[in-house]
Design a protein around this ligand. Structure first.
Ligand code: NCD
Length: 330
């Protein structure tokens, strides 16, 4: 989180979990609960964002995140515009800053951004007058994913404090893992990271996690098993010998899951690679897997975030070193 009032409600931007407090997270989750109830009604629409414009700017592919941000904005009454990198002037060589200046001139109220580079969303936020939400920047952060995961866990188990959560797989390249590790630590959960050494960032101990290189050991007595996809698009070179061998050692199957608590829940942010990080039947096991529920929670959490950001006073000082949002772009 960067500047003015970013760390306290009313938030200006949501750039990451870093900087949020336990009460901030609880406030978002409490409001999300209300939106879960609303989304289960026939009439899902409210008008609290009536007259406001939300732009979803995605420089990377997305199914769940983009659709749920679109639904969330529309269910709150905003006008929602979707922009993808392939269908915009970015393809013609426009810089990120120029794109920001162009969009800023159209007076949006919220900009939702996904970008392959860590830090790009924070940079963009410095050039915009409106609220900016990070929908995933490189391998850095994906705050709404961690919030929706927390909501899913809290609704199932009643609390986060004291739970043991195992995050398994490609932690090195995962923004989902980073945001989840931060959120779970803030909320008092114990986090284990289970991965081959090649798929773990350095200094994991500084992130407040216990590291395991063996699934059977790492999963012992955990409450939650969170599986991650191999982020091949962020790898240059081979990080695992083969997907077959990876599945053998790190893929979640019945035998490995049996080490966890008998009622342990399986989570996955999606997209899943069945037979690579997770057994296909386990992924669909309605008694253990909450993967579909995570998707449902995603819409509610994004509605809560949009709602909270819209409550910020409109007279917050403009951003930028020169007192204006131009940032040197023309
Ligand atoms: C994740 C992402 O994009 O970081 N997906 C998502 O937002 N649901 C995880 C992934 O791509 O593996």
């Amino acid at each position: 989180m960067s500047d003015i009032s970013a760390n306290q409600p009313p938030f200006r931007h949501l750039l990451g979990i870093e900087g949020l407090s336990a009460p901030d997270i609880t406030e978002i989750l409490d409001l999300s609960d209300e939106y879960v109830a609303q989304n289960r009604q026939v009439d899902k629409k409210r008008s609290i964002l009536g007259g406001r414009t939300q732009i979803n700017l995605f420089f990377e592919t997305s199914t769940r995140t983009r659709t749920s941000f679109e639904l969330a904005g529309k269910r709150l009454g905003a006008d929602v515009i979707n922009m993808t990198a392939t269908a915009s002037a970015i393809k013609k060589g426009e810089t990120l800053i120029d794109t920001a200046a162009t969009l800023n001139a159209m007076h949006p109220d919220t900009l939702v951004v996904r970008h392959p580079h860590s830090g790009a969303v924070a940079l963009l936020s410095q050039k915009m007058d409106c609220s900016v939400i990070n929908a995933g920047d490189g391998s850095h952060e994906h705050p709404t994913q961690a919030l929706l995961d927390a909501l899913t866990i809290r609704r199932r188990l009643g609390h986060l404090h004291g739970l043991t959560v195992a995050i398994c797989g490609d932690i090195l390249h995962s923004r989902v893992a980073r945001s989840n590790i931060m959120l779970l630590n803030i909320m008092g959960a114990h986090v284990r990271a289970i991965a081959p050494p090649t798929l773990l960032p350095g200094q994991m101990d500084r992130m407040g996690v216990d590291v395991y290189h063996n699934m059977e050991k790492g999963l012992r007595d955990v409450d939650i098993v969170m599986m991650l996809r191999l982020q091949n698009e962020r790898m240059n070179g081979a990080y695992v010998p083969s997907t077959r061998e990876y599945y053998h050692f790190f893929g979640l199957d019945q035998a490995k899951l049996s080490k966890a608590k008998p009622e342990a829940l399986i989570m996955h942010p999606g997209p899943m690679n069945r037979g690579v990080e997770i057994d296909s039947e386990l992924a669909d096991d309605i008694n253990r897997s909450v993967i579909r529920e995570q998707v449902e929670m995603g819409v509610a959490v994004r509605m809560a975030v949009l709602d909270l950001l819209s409550r910020r006073p409109s007279n917050l000082p403009p951003i930028g070193p020169s007192g204006g949002p131009d940032g040197g772009a023309s």
